[in-house]
Design a protein around this ligand. Structure first.
Ligand code: SF4
Length: 443
């Protein structure tokens, strides 16, 4: 327990240091693509029907007219990336709720297919979108993997998360999952463990119902993450966040998961040849398009404006939505690689050395020694693998990493006003309580 607390503290400090981005006044385009290379694409759709109190993503309440203008801009940005030489073989569409406007999403998928040699398409969704016609349209548009945000199947917890009213009871959600099963190559369900009022019995029942009753292809069990901006809203509706039970809950998931579900990352369990959940675990670089999207290219992190109006205007005038960037030093780039590869359970030594010109182990020898002494990683000869203890250590490290990312999102939200053109200010001030602004307070 002490080791975990100490690690949390160290990681929190370290992640906060890395998450600072410089203000970039002049940046108006992504760098030119490397010739003959294909990339991973992340598309962000920041609209949701409800804004859950625990969620720190960039999301706003859905409004049809605004969403239409946004999707148009998103397609324009896809064309701009294509003109800059980017070709994508994998796309992950996240949010928000990308399926909130299926018609617009299908048009966007159609454009992506025409411009890119896509191999896999992943789309995030919510239980109310699991309806026959919608599902068939998504499958026909080439969606391979549908990821459904369920979070819990216990009605009391769904109510506390303010999801019950919109997405229905646990029993209704299970019924919809049954209908969606087999439609896509991979049906993934996103769940949360360590919710304040969750019991071990409730969590175990979720594992059983998803694996035995429905038999979904993949389950991602995220630890509850208490970002600074969500802590207040969470305490009000869901209770106080504490990490004291986190390890016990995680170990119980590992013990309960049927053997045909193998871990494909520290918190994702797949059956069959499912697509890996965490796209950052196996790709070095990725391009993010859309308001609030982040790109990581050649050691530099780029972030697009969190102001949806600003984003639309930038793209309409022929620029990318990027307004900030941060160049990581070599050691930080290597540590990011180390963190992500081992999050995917294994780090191949030869591949790592080839990637880092033979310097990887020389620069990170202290990190390897530390995690080996902790019993978190083991040397298999050709690779480093996470041990069972290491799987929890990585859950903890990823939790802190994502909390730092959430805190960075808060900074970006705060920066919205300074990014606006002066003539927009009065309208934005008047809308501060409306749905136009990302609601940092609620999530
Ligand atoms: S968790 Fe809730 S608010 Fe966050 S993206 Fe999903 S539906 Fe939207």
């Amino acid at each position: 327990m002490f080791t975990e607390r100490l690690l949390t503290l160290l990681l929190r400090r370290e992640s906060a240091r890395r998450a600072r981005l410089e203000n970039l006044e002049q940046l108006i385009s992504v760098p030119q693509a490397a010739p003959a290379r294909t990339y991973m694409l992340y598309l962000h759709v920041p609209f949701c029907q409800v804004l859950c109190p625990f969620c720190s993503f960039h999301r706003v309440e859905y409004r049809q007219s605004k969403a239409r203008r946004y999707f148009e801009a998103l397609r324009q940005e896809i064309r701009l990336a294509n003109e800059a030489g980017y070709r994508f073989d994998e796309v992950y569409i996240g949010g928000g709720t990308p399926t909130v406007n299926t018609e617009e999403l299908l048009q966007t998928l159609d454009l992506l297919r025409r411009l890119n040699p896509l191999r896999t398409v992943s789309v995030e969704s919510n239980p109310d979108d699991l309806q026959g016609e919608k599902l068939a349209a998504l499958r026909d548009a080439g969606v391979d993997r549908l990821s459904v945000g369920v979070q819990s199947l216990e009605d009391r917890l769904l109510t506390e998360m303010e999801r019950y009213q919109k997405y229905g009871s646990g029993a209704q959600i299970l019924q919809r999952l049954q209908e969606a099963k087999g439609v896509f190559r991979t049906l993934n369900v996103d769940m949360i463990f360590n919710l304040p009022h969750q019991t071990l019995d409730s969590l175990m029942s979720d594992v059983d119902r998803l694996t035995r009753d429905v038999g979904v292809d993949q389950i991602s069990f995220y630890p509850l993450m208490g970002a600074t901006s969500t802590r207040f809203a969470m305490r009000k509706t869901m209770g106080r966040v504490t990490y004291a039970r986190e390890r016990r809950f995680y170990e119980a998931i590992l013990d309960r998961m049927p053997t045909d579900y193998r871990p494909s990352s520290a918190w994702c369990f797949s059956r069959g040849d499912g697509v890996i959940d965490e796209y950052v675990a196996d790709r070095d670089d990725y391009v993010g398009l859309g308001s609030g999207a982040m790109s990581y290219l050649d050691g530099t992190l780029y972030a697009a404006s969190f102001s949806i109006n600003r984003y639309i205007r930038l793209v309409k005038s022929g620029h990318s939505g990027i307004t900030r960037q941060h160049r990581f030093g070599l050691r930080d780039q290597m540590r990011y690689y180390f963190l992500m590869r081992l999050f995917g359970l294994e780090l191949d030594k030869d591949v790592a050395e080839a990637h880092w010109d033979g310097r990887f182990h020389r620069v990170l020898w202290k990190d390897f020694a530390f995690f080996r002494a902790l019993g978190a990683i083991q040397d298999t000869g050709r690779s480093w693998r996470l041990t069972r203890k290491g799987m929890y250590v990585w859950v903890l490290m990823m939790r802190e990493f994502f909390i730092a990312v959430s805190n960075f999102r808060d900074l970006m939200r705060l920066g919205i006003r300074s990014e606006l053109d002066p003539e927009d200010l009065p309208a934005v001030m008047a809308r501060m309580d409306g749905g136009d602004q990302p609601r940092a307070r609620r999530g």
